[in-house]
Design a protein around this ligand. Structure first.
Ligand SMILES: Cc1cc2nc3c(=O)[nH]c(=O)nc-3n(C[C@H](O)[C@H](O)[C@H](O)COP(=O)(O)OP(=O)(O)OC[C@H]3O[C@@H](n4cnc5c(N)ncnc54)[C@H](O)[C@@H]3O)c2cc1C
Length: 321
């Protein structure tokens, strides 16, 4: 079996989900040949090596000026050219903003199905069984591909990447593709999210709700997130109240996250918020209302005023972390 893994980089750095996608391909078939695909406008040789260190057997790169920024037209031309060359049995990519945009287009071109947003993969002997959340994370379904390519996207932070092994070797080859007829022009990229850890890939998230009361009220959350090496998120309540940018919103109409640790600060736990975070591995809720719904999904609950609890927690963690 040959499986293609479509990688993703940001600001020249490979995103961890690329390595997770390699691990996912291994879960589909541990004996498969895994071929990474990287697109961009700069030299991708070093990035290609990293993908090999994380488990791929070889990597094909496509570089072209028209691939400097992601466009579905440009990337689909580049990746389709590699797919035509390689004739893989399956394709895996991260269920990221780019993955969500690119993979349905590729699946339509290939006339095949797509299992999106898988959180786990088991191999039951002759086929891969994909687990994916449905009904905003309230239930899970298991899916198998019955015909055509095994084509899947995986949710970031669910399938651990393989350990980096710098003794692994493999070829990084480049493929010439004339990427043309791009109708979309990227004029500027304005990053609204804060610098530092990417929210959708963060292992620790400190999320603030309307209980934080103001934009200034978010500052201690950034400090706490910093100590824990995490990112700051928010409820829609906090975004609507203009305490923070909508790029931080977690939930049904925001980002879906599954960090190892989710600290919900002054968030009531509306069903739409839970849809984006209830699959986090450990949930800590801080709320002054003991009846708040967030406590129903929390592993640890602190009933108290966040303006007293957060400074104490931060002080304590400063000593220990
Ligand atoms: C179609 C639709 C889509 C939606 N999508 C989303 C989504 O993606 N994400 C999302 O989050 N919401 C979403 N919502 C909104 C959602 O229904 C809630 O309104 C929102 O999540 C509430 O945000 P909140 O918990 O911050 O605010 P609130 O519900 O007002 O809760 C604030 C909490 O802070 C606590 N609190 C206040 N002061 C303190 C204090 N000093 N110390 C400790 N605790 C304190 C209160 O006890 C309360 O529990 C959506 C709604 C709709 C209709």
């Amino acid at each position: 079996m040959k499986l293609l893994v479509i990688g993703e980089a940001r600001d020249g750095e490979l995103r961890n989900v690329t390595f997770e996608a390699v691990a996912a391909a291994k879960k589909i078939d541990s004996d498969a040949e895994i071929v990474g695909v990287l697109c961009g406008s700069d030299d991708l040789n070093e990035s290609g090596q990293e993908v090999i260190y994380h488990g791929a057997d070889r990597v094909v790169t496509v570089t072209h000026d028209n691939l400097e920024s992601y466009t579905s037209e440009g990337y689909s031309q580049a990746v389709m050219a590699v797919i035509e060359d390689e004739s893989p049995d399956g394709i895996v990519m991260g269920h990221t903003a780019i993955g969500k945009d690119l993979t349905p287009k590729l699946a339509a071109k290939l006339g095949t199905g797509l299992i999106s947003d898988a959180t786990d993969i088991e191999n039951d002997g002759d086929k891969a069984v994909f687990t994916r959340p449905i009904y905003s994370g309230k239930a899970f379904e298991k899916k198998v591909m019955t015909s055509g390519l095994t084509f899947a996207t995986i949710r970031p932070n669910n399938i651990p990447a393989l350990e980096r092994d710098a003794s692994r070797s493999g070829d990084v080859t480049s493929k010439e593709v004339d990427v043309k007829d791009i109708n979309t022009v990227i004029k500027d990229v304005i990053r609204k999210a804060s610098e530092g850890v990417d929210l959708s890939e963060a292992n620790v998230i400190v999320a603030g709700g309307r209980g934080v009361k103001s934009a200034e009220g978010f500052e201690p959350l950034y400090e706490l997130a910093d100590i824990l090496g995490g990112a700051v998120g928010a409820s829609r309540g906090a975004c609507d109240a203009e305490y923070c940018d909508y790029s931080l919103q977690i939930g049904q109409t925001g980002k879906v996250v599954t960090p190892d640790l989710y600290i919900a600060v002054g968030i009531s736990g509306a069903i739409q918020h839970l849809a984006g975070m209830s699959n986090s591995k450990v949930i800590v809720a801080i709320n002054k209302d003991p009846e708040a719904n967030i406590f129903n999904v929390a592993d640890y609950g602190i009933v108290g005023d966040i303006f007293e609890v957060i400074p104490k927690l931060t002080e304590e963690l400063k000593q220990t972390v």
